[in-house]
Ligand binder design. Structure first.
Ligand code: BDR
Ligand code: CA
Length: 311
């Protein structure tokens, strides 16, 4: 299995991503879950990460708390999407598993130093603060990363937190800039892909019909998440953004995209956090990211349901 660190700000869709990874031990080995401030503040994201590991029955997975604010800016959160707890929907018990001692950034640094070069993949599902802080603090680890597979950004679908920017990049554009300039191979799941990973009544029923606690939670989380989307876009279904990252590690053929140049806007107030993606190759700037554009939604939900069923 591929060794991964999940860096996350749960978030219902982050939670589903974590469950997908923990239900797929033959494909991915989760070395640790690192929490970052994003959808909700850090005290809630680190708690939610533990709730999810416990729900999966994987209390041995270490969960670390990381950065509580972006590198240079004030934290922007998304309670309007995810609810006050970040994991609104079903009522969940408080976790009993403890946080692991130490800072998430130090865990990322030490893990990369202690494993063979290019054998650990980073999976950011939230703002890139922890990852960029680790790169800035320990530049020697950058070349040791196998790959970054992340959710963030947009091209045709443009923004969801501002007209120009996707939430994860917008919250910490300076961190995103460091990551996209790092030279590490990057695979990006932008809104262009994740807005095609939409639940339907049948797909949610399939989760519920698993008859397990994780299945029921996924059904209720996605129901909650959809309600926000319906109000806003009148659209059918909740977008399962973050699980696309883990699905890619298990079944990359579900996704297609282009290896292109992507730059992060950090200067303009109007377009702050925009992922300026050279989809049509109109510049000679070197490609630095595999920017996905499409997915096989039926295949994605089949995989997700099958793996959640194992928990
Ligand atoms: C991203 O922002 C968060 O609200 C979701 O968890 C996802 O990571 C989508 O823009
Ligand atoms: Ca997220």
């Amino acid at each position: 299995p591929r060794k991964i660190i999940i860096d996350t700000d749960p978030g219902q869709d982050d939670a589903v991503a974590i469950l997908l990874a923990l239900g797929s031990p033959e494909d991915v080995e989760v070395l640790g879950v690192t929490a970052v401030a994003g959808n909700v503040p850090l005290p809630l994201t680190q708690k939610n990460a533990r709730i999810v590991c416990e729900l999966a029955g994987k209390t041995e997975v270490p969960v670390y708390a990381g950065c509580e604010a972006p590198m240079k800016r004030k934290l922007v959160t998304a309670e309007h999407v995810h609810g006050k707890t970040g994991l609104d929907g079903p009522v969940m018990p408080d976790p009993t598993m403890p946080l692991t001692d130490g800072h998430a950034v130090d865990f990322i640094i030490e893990t990369l130093r202690n494993h063979p070069e290019k054998s650990v993949t980073l999976c950011p599902l939230g703002p890139l603060t922890n990852i960029a802080t680790a790169f800035a603090k320990a530049p020697d680890i950058v070349d040791r990363v196998q790959e970054i597979v992340m959710m963030g950004g947009a091209y045709f679908e443009v923004g969801n937190i501002t007209p120009a920017a996707e939430f994860n990049i917008y919250v910490d554009p300076e961190a995103a800039d460091i990551v996209f300039k790092s030279g590490v191979p990057i695979v990006v799941m932008p809104l262009d892909v994740t807005h095609k990973a939409l639940t339907t009544a049948e797909r949610v029923e399939a989760f519920r019909n698993l008859g397990t606690e994780p299945g029921r939670m996924v059904a209720e989380w996605t129901d909650f998440f959809e309600r926000f989307d319906k109000e806003k876009y009148g659209s059918a279904g909740a977008p399962l953004h973050d699980p696309c990252v883990i699905a890619y590690l298990i079944q990359p053929e579900l996704f297609s995209g282009r290896h292109i140049n992507v730059e992060i806007e950090t200067g303009s107030e109007l377009t702050l956090g925009m992922t300026v993606a050279d989809w049509w190759g109109v510049t000679d700037r070197p490609a630095n990211a595999m920017f996905m554009g499409d997915l096989d939604a039926d295949g994605f939900f089949a995989l997700l349901t099958e793996r959640i069923a194992r928990l």
